[in-house]
Design a protein. Structure first.
Length: 299
């Protein structure tokens, strides 16, 4: 059953509409929110985390209106913001204890148990006495997850958590997130398609403040199977192909341009059929050409 219901959420910054009457229902498990820069992901994450109010709309968590009753959510929330801010020169151990107290874990024994368990889970126990400010990007993100998991949250929000991580650290971070389990709602907001492909059973694509596609990654990929065609072309031929066909993506491969086209039938002209991945679902949706399961139909 869905635990998080977002209903007609609107947020404007002056004349800019960052969230445009957005509705979304999210059940337990890993949910990927994918969108390009400026789509409104961080605005949505901050609003869900009750850090900023929307102009209109409603958010229900386990049936409780969290805009009217933010403390209900705050006591159940783990939040890993896009920018964790300034890293103090205090040790990871001290900082986690401090944050645990702020989260209301006041009993020293219980706190020690949780902090130590999280330091082990995030593979930071051996560096627990080092200042967080001396950590690498990957270690900081793992520390970010440790602090977000304090107090056993029911909703975990991770905003662009793998941006800037090298592949090894990204894998470690993925393992960590996937361990968090199916019993809570985990929202992974990202513009990295691979993160959603690797981790999420359910996803939505956000563009210009609207949900433009919603579904399971495997089903969404299936929806464009047999409809994507590829051709290698010279650089100066790309524009002509864009005029002639429904081009959803252009990539460089081995120094040549590859044009990806959406077409229900064989376009001929040297195009070959390809097995699409989630990245092509994403580009197809952004180009407005996918057959979306609109959110209204999906939930
Ligand atoms: N505090 C703010 N004041 C004014 N405009 C803002 C503010 N925060 C975000 N915006 C604008 O709202 C739009 C959505 O921004 P938001 O950061 O939510 O998107 P995003 O999908 O998280 O993008 P990114 O991946 O670049 O962080 C953008 O056009 C952004 O410039």
């Amino acid at each position: 059953m869905s635990r998080l219901h977002i209903h007609r959420l609107t947020k404007k910054y002056g004349s800019l509409t960052a969230l445009n009457g957005l509705s979304l229902s999210i059940p337990n498990g890993m949910f990927g929110l994918l969108g390009p820069n400026g789509a409104g992901k961080s605005t949505l994450m901050r609003t869900l985390a009750t850090l900023q109010p929307p102009d209109e709309g409603q958010i229900l968590f386990d049936g409780t209106d969290i805009l009217r009753n933010p403390d209900f959510l705050r006591s159940r929330l783990g939040y890993l913001p896009q920018d964790f801010g300034v890293y103090p020169r205090v040790s990871a151990l001290s900082l986690l204890h401090h944050l645990a107290i702020l989260k209301g874990i006041l009993h020293p024994g219980e706190r020690r148990e949780q902090v130590d368990a999280l330091l082990h889970q995030t593979h930071l126990y051996h560096v627990r006495k080092r200042a967080v400010s001396s950590f690498s990007g990957g270690m900081r993100q793992r520390f970010g997850i440790a602090q977000a998991l304090l107090g056993n949250p029911q909703l975990l929000i991770a905003d662009e958590p793998t941006a800037g991580l090298d592949p090894l650290e990204r894998n470690r971070f993925h393992d960590l997130l996937s361990e968090v389990g199916e019993q809570i709602v985990v929202i992974l907001s990202t513009h990295i398609v691979e993160d959603v492909h690797d981790l999420c059973q359910d996803m939505a694509i956000l563009a210009a403040g609207n949900i433009i596609l919603r579904g399971k990654p495997s089903q969404l990929t299936e929806s464009i199977r047999g409809r994507i065609w590829r051709k290698s072309v010279e650089h100066n031929a790309v524009a002509a192909h864009q005029l002639a066909w429904n081009v959803v993506s252009v990539r460089l491969s081995g120094g040549k341009k590859q044009v990806f086209v959406l077409s229900d039938s064989d376009p001929g002209q040297g195009f070959e059929p390809i097995e699409p991945g989630l990245e092509l679902v994403y580009f197809t949706a952004l180009n407005g050409a996918a057959r979306p399961e609109k959110e209204s139909a999906a939930c």
